[in-house]
Ligand binder design. Sequence first.
Ligand code: HEC
Ligand code: HEC
Ligand code: HEC
Ligand code: HEC
Ligand code: HEC
Ligand code: HEC
Ligand code: HEC
Length: 434
Amino acid sequence: MKFFKFSYSRLPSISFSSRTYIVIFFIASFIFFVSSCVFNADYKDQIAPIEHDGNKLVGSTQCKKCHSTIYDQFVKTAHSKTSMPANKDIVKGSFKEGENSYVFSYYDGVMMQDLDSGLYQVNFLNRKFDKAYKFDIVIGSGTRGQSYLHWNGNRLFQLPISYFTTSNSWSNSPGYADDFANFGRPIGSQCMGCHSSYVDVISDEKKPFEEFDKSNIVYGINCEKCHGAGGKHVDLFTSNPTAKGDKLILNASHLSQSLQLDACAVCHSSNAANLKPALYFKPGDSLDHSHIQTNQQVKVDVHGNQYGLLLESKCFVKSTTMTCSTCHNPHEQQRGDLAMFSQKCIQCHTPEKANFCKMTNKMGVAALQKNCIDCHMQKKESQMLNVKLDPTEKHSPAVIRSHLIKINDELPIKLSQLFQREHSIPFDKIGKLY
Ligand code: HEC
Ligand code: HEC
Ligand code: HEC
Ligand code: HEC
Ligand code: HEC
Ligand code: HEC
Ligand code: HEC
């Protein structure tokens, strides 16, 4: 069954007549004309202005000059790619006829169009062209999905159609109504605070909605979001490459355990409303922990509570050193490398220390150590990133890794899968375990 055909059977008369195309073209060109006057910048070289302490943000490409190994790895990470100005190479959904639509109802549908002036979500009401809004900003690396924002003046709005990676198809945007295309959801600095490195809020506080300076956005989460402004550091080492002493930049590994955790928790605690907004957080700042909820109140979710869940884990409670960096290297794309992550577990849990897995007798060390993760950090369905691929279908949730490290009653993976490559124990023995 094909979900995404713009069911001409259901919407018979809007089969994109040439007249409709012309209308769209004119509208699109007009929008393009207006927007290109205001904003036509290359995001890579965009640099935010001076920090309050007088230190300048210089942009990640500056760091590349001396830290090219880190830089080259880093640009492949989800952090680096989590927001960008939209273009055809970055937007993951298909613009091909037959794959480029989402039908809400007989009366309401959206078609994704690739025109000379840009990419558009085009809304049809009662089978007639109604409006077209441009894909201006992409939010999400596309690991699970992407959402799209649209500029209206200096305000940002989310577009009703998102992209869902699991199904490689368009979906309604998470949290949206099932039955109509809503183009009116305003996007504030919270969203951009976690998904970009800098936005300039220019509206005065009394206004009900936030406005931004379009020309002053640093897309993606970049080096300086985690290390603080690099201006003084770059000046120092440019003029004196062998300078000793204070390097004038923050290295998180020199912070206390709690502050190291906070530097990640600011975006990875799921209850952003109660925390210091990520936009105004500087690495080295501390968060008000009384607000951080743990798994008793907060379910695992895609706007994930990795921090709260980790803090509930015995591993964290009983060891005194654990931070996110115990397992993650924020400079590298590590997703999917479960053998590498399992090695991190084995730094603390070894047969020699007699705190290794209790399944050792049954399965043997060699087999277990390939993948501690699927048994002890199970994947859970997300409540938030839970979209409709078609209004007539059930919701499709994304799955997310729980950071509550524990013994799980039900084993999530078939052992035959776990040992697919290395049959270190006979299958009949595996069978008996269940
Ligand atoms: C002109 C060269 C140069 C540039 C440009 C540069 N760095 Fe460095 N950086 C260095 C040198 C040299 C060191 C010291 C290396 C060492 O001690 O091993 C260093 C060290 C660091 C450290 C570790 C500091 C510590 O106290 O341990 C961090 C973090 C860092 N740089 C981040 C950055 C970031 C982020 C940027 C871009 C904003 C950047 N660097 C740009 C030369 C540079
Ligand atoms: C400014 C907010 C912010 C900060 C600070 C931050 N993250 Fe993230 N992190 C994100 C966002 C947003 C994503 C999702 C990126 C995407 O896929 O679009 C993410 C994704 C990740 C992922 C998944 C990567 C993948 O391949 O899918 C890991 C792991 C992660 N962060 C770890 C960390 C660690 C460790 C720290 C602290 C050193 C940290 N983050 C700090 C916002 C942040
Ligand atoms: C408190 C910080 C925070 C806020 C606010 C936030 N996000 Fe996220 N978002 C994250 C983190 C962290 C992840 C990755 C979580 C994970 O992998 O566990 C993420 C993941 C996503 C993803 C999936 C990315 C991918 O490729 O897998 C999308 C899409 C997304 N967010 C869109 C939005 C939009 C749109 C908004 C604003 C309406 C928003 N987010 C607000 C932190 C935030
Ligand atoms: C998501 C947060 C995050 C981002 C983004 C990030 N870093 Fe780091 N960086 C860290 C943390 C955390 C450490 C300390 C790691 C540890 O505990 O060993 C670190 C350590 C470093 C160090 C010193 C140790 C080392 O590995 O040599 C340098 C240099 C550095 N980062 C440069 C960069 C550069 C350059 C970029 C951008 C290309 C960047 N970082 C982006 C979080 C980040
Ligand atoms: C920094 C050291 C450290 C790391 C890294 C670590 N753990 Fe632990 N873990 C501990 C300690 C300490 C305990 C508590 C043991 C005890 O109670 O004696 C523990 C407990 C556990 C338990 C028992 C939980 C329970 O509720 O009874 C499991 C399962 C576990 N760890 C699995 C893992 C896995 C899987 C990883 C890798 C993803 C991991 N650990 C990484 C230190 C660590
Ligand atoms: C004991 C090891 C360990 C620690 C400590 C740890 N993580 Fe993870 N994390 C993992 C593993 C394993 C995965 C799964 C990677 C995969 O599926 O490829 C993961 C995945 C993630 C993801 C992606 C989740 C998803 O399903 O999309 C994010 C985001 C993340 N971690 C953030 C953090 C943050 C923030 C911290 C600190 C509060 C942290 N992690 C601490 C082991 C750890
Ligand atoms: C096939 C699933 C599976 C894999 C793979 C697995 N475990 Fe376990 N683990 C379990 C189960 C089930 C238990 C509880 C067994 C019991 O209580 O008899 C357990 C128990 C543990 C415990 C608690 C030990 C104690 O003394 O209470 C630790 C720690 C642990 N595992 C760590 C690991 C580590 C580290 C790895 C990877 C090297 C790993 N496990 C791989 C399923 C698994």
